[in-house]
Design a protein around this ligand. Sequence first.
Ligand code: MN3
Length: 380
Amino acid sequence: MKTISLLGATGSVGIQTIDIIREHCNEFQLAAFSVGKNIELARKLIIEFKPLLVSVQESSDCALLRAEFPNTKFTFGNEGLIEVAVFEKSDILVNAVLGSVGLHPTLQAIECGKVIAIANKETLVTAGHLVIEAAKRNNVPLLPVDSEHSAIFQALQGEMDKNIERLILTASGGSFRDRTRAELKDVTVEQALNHPNWSMGAKITIDSATMMNKGLEVIEAHWLFGVPFEKIDVLLHKESIIHSMVEFHDSSIIAQLGTPDMRVPIQYALTYPDRLPLRSANRLNLGEVGKLHFEEMDLKRFRCLDFAYHAGKIGGTMPTVLNAANEAAVAAFLKGKIRFLQIEDLIEQALNKHQVIENPSLAIIEEVDKETRQFVHSLL
Ligand code: MN3
């Protein structure tokens, strides 16, 4: 029996992680979890899974739940996220929170020797060097949950890193893949939230439409697999059947395929190196699919991807700025404060203004993250 701490239980990846735990209740136990403000769903999860520890965002919700469930310990806020991450009874931390708020809990859990299943890509984008260094020092596995990185991780089983020629991340293209830049000028929040293949949270769906999601994933892949940016390619593949590929020196390419279902990479991270059946999964029938399509990525069309390569190659605090500016700009777009194409304008301005700091400490990263958000807000 593996015991799990889950950060972000009521988000899209969190809910699907719980599906996996429910389907394999003899293998996994949900010992602790965090939620934001969805207290209704938190109540249902507490009744169903009887966790030992639960963290919520607000202290008022914490007090409410304490009175209702005397057998569960409750905590709240950013400190609460850390308590759940390092919970002594848990073997694995599934980090499925959104944004760079996931960084601190991840680092603390690594120091406590927890296995990390990482869905929180912003953590690796904003401070990849610190996370990787801490994981190596503590001999802690970092298991990818993101479908592309899980695909690469699966393709690399039994292979030696020294034989990698390049990584090929596939991109569905998001809600607006068939539109020109001119046609993007007046798109609405509702249109942007309508992703053709994957059902995900609002922030990541907008990131898919701007292609920033793929940019963040390029940086994530750089850190997870230790491959330089020059050897990470992105390929447009609208069906989302090939989840990513690895090319080796001898020209062989190994790909991982499947119907688009986040529960597969989530489950693989939880069962690795083993596999378990996933009864409710839709099996891939390539005969029915018939054709798969691929297209080179246009960096002029998808400027956010270009920004991400640029920030990643410069390194230091630049990816922190990229991520923080993107989080602030996407939040502004979702609130209707800016238009879609202004997301990239705001990110570009933040990157241009920043003086990069090499090899930043956690304190510097947090400072740059805060300053960048303030800078973006000042432009709104
Ligand atoms: Mn992904």
